[in-house]
Design a binder for this molecule. Sequence first.
Ligand code: ATP
Length: 212
Amino acid sequence: MRRVSIGIYGGTFDPIHWGHINAANQVQQKLGFDEVRMVLSARPPHRTQPIVSASDRFSLLQLALQDQPTLYADDCELKRSGPSYMVDTLLHYRKQAPESSIALILGMEAFNGLMSWHRWQDIIELAHIVITDRAGFNNQLETKLATYVEPFISTDKTQLKLLTHGKIYSQPVEPLAISATQLRQLLKNNEPVSQWVPDASLAEIQRHGFYS
Ligand code: ATP
């Protein structure tokens, strides 16, 4: 029986932008995942708190993904209380789909921060990790982390589907040079952003005056 493969793409999405969607789509297509779940970090534990509420960020995410057939807006971290730890999200999916291949998709700058994550060593016991490029960031693997991850690294993408978890694979993408931080600044300055945000989400941002 064919193993179902699920990508998990986490983010604060404050707000969602084409950089996220483009990277998620490229990974899904290049690795042939059945679906990618875009998991909104409701209460991100490792960064400054978001500007817009979790439920409003989730509405923007849903609007952004309405025309994306393989990307799903996922509110599992909204439904939990307490800090939104990725390890809890992966435990949730592992329990729901014990036989599925699950891959956490991270930009290299996010992956380089892995050692500061809650129960970070458990993550590779629950999922694969797929690392993508991020424009404007250093895409080199940090030396400290390199030693730890070395035994898990694979250059064979077929293993991501054959195994349920435990491999770290680098998937180059053509990243878009945008971040939510830059986007919030552009919105605050009333500068054009339509090239960076799906129309439906932008209309909602403007209707509520988010980030202005
Ligand atoms: P912020 O600027 O508020 O920190 P962000 O744009 O970096 O936000 P997040 O919402 O925190 O994005 O999402 C984090 C995930 O999205 C990380 O895995 C990060 O590498 C990835 N990501 C964000 N922007 C891009 C982009 N332009 N291209 C590729 N990956 C991206």
